[in-house]
Write a protein that binds this ligand. Structure first.
Ligand code: SAM
Length: 275
């Protein structure tokens, strides 16, 4: 998971929530540093592997491991990550830019896919967007609904979204593709392209790395069983283009004080003349 993700997160010296790198893989400090940042994962708990694809893991196995992991960490994740945007002006700026772009395109429904505890969904709603959340994990959805009872959160997988074609004006997917094996990314991005209306916008965030992954057995103080990937922005941009999206922005920032990996942000858009 990422400094966000099943990798932990903790609190800084002022007691503010920090996002453990959801994806403890890739560039920057080695796994021991990752462990420290995640607040609980020990070096012996993770294996770094420079192979982007986990061979032989079915969708059912992958999804059930991901769901079980996030069910287990949901409450601690929400405690540590749910307030993160207060300390992340760049992220808030990107979310505001995303909201402005969607509004300029005429507005419409926006899905926060892999919404976790729903804090980003709530932020989007606070910017005036018609936002709702989708997540695989019932545990995360329960936390999101309890924290934001005025908003709608639905269970679903980004591999097979429970949405009609061209239903959305926008998708935000922050740190939710980080457990997806490389060979499933084309399906995820084809789903994003399918449910976005022509002209619709996508904002993605993930830990930047060298297209490698780590297997985690402990995160957010819980026993877990999950792979976490760090992608190069170029790799993700190519997959988005393959899915028919136009990549409009790529940004990489250095890790913050409590983060072990660079953060990548991509925006993409479905062409106006699509379909
Ligand atoms: C690292 S958390 C990110 C949560 C939130 N977006 C954030 O920024 O804090 C990853 C989230 O993605 C969800 N997720 C992972 N795989 C998914 C899938 N195939 N479909 C939908 N949600 C998924 C997990 O359940 C988890 O809540």
């Amino acid at each position: 998971m990422k400094a966000r993700g099943a990798t932990g997160g903790g609190q800084d010296r002022k007691g503010r929530s920090t996002r453990g790198d959801a994806n403890p893989v890739g560039s920057g400090p080695g796994p021991d540093r990752v462990v420290v940042d995640r607040g609980g994962t020990r070096p012996s708990d993770s294996r770094r592997t420079r192979t982007a694809t986990v061979v032989g893991v079915s969708d059912a196995t992958h999804l059930s491991r991901t769901q079980a992991t996030y069910d287990a960490v949901a409450e601690v994740y929400a405690e540590r990550i749910g307030g993160e945007l207060a300390d992340k002006p760049l992220d808030r700026g990107l979310l505001q830019a995303f909201a402005d772009l969607v509004a300029e395109g005429g507005g419409g429904r926006v899905a926060d896919i892999g919404c976790g505890p729903g804090h980003v969904t709530a932020h989007l709603a606070g910017l005036g967007m018609d936002a709702f959340g989708i997540d695989l994990s019932p545990g995360m959805l329960a936390v999101a609904r309890a924290s934001h009872p005025q908003l709608r959160f639905e269970q679903g997988s980004m591999l097979d979204l429970p949405l009609a074609d061209a239903h959305l004006a926008g998708i935000v997917a922050l740190y939710s593709i980080i457990h997806m094996p490389a060979d499933r990314l084309p399906t995820v991005f084809a789903e994003f392209a399918r449910v976005l209306a022509p002209g619709g916008h996508l904002l993605l965030a993930f830990q930047a790395g060298d297209d490698d992954h780590t297997h985690l057995t402990r995160a957010f103080d819980q026993a877990v069983d999950i792979d976490a990937y760090r992608w190069s922005p170029e790799h993700i941009a190519e997959r988005l283009v393959d899915a028919g999206l136009h990549v409009t922005m790529q940004m990489v920032r250095d890790p913050g004080a409590q983060e072990s990996a660079r953060r990548a942000y991509l925006m993409a858009r479905v062409p106006e003349d699509a379909r």
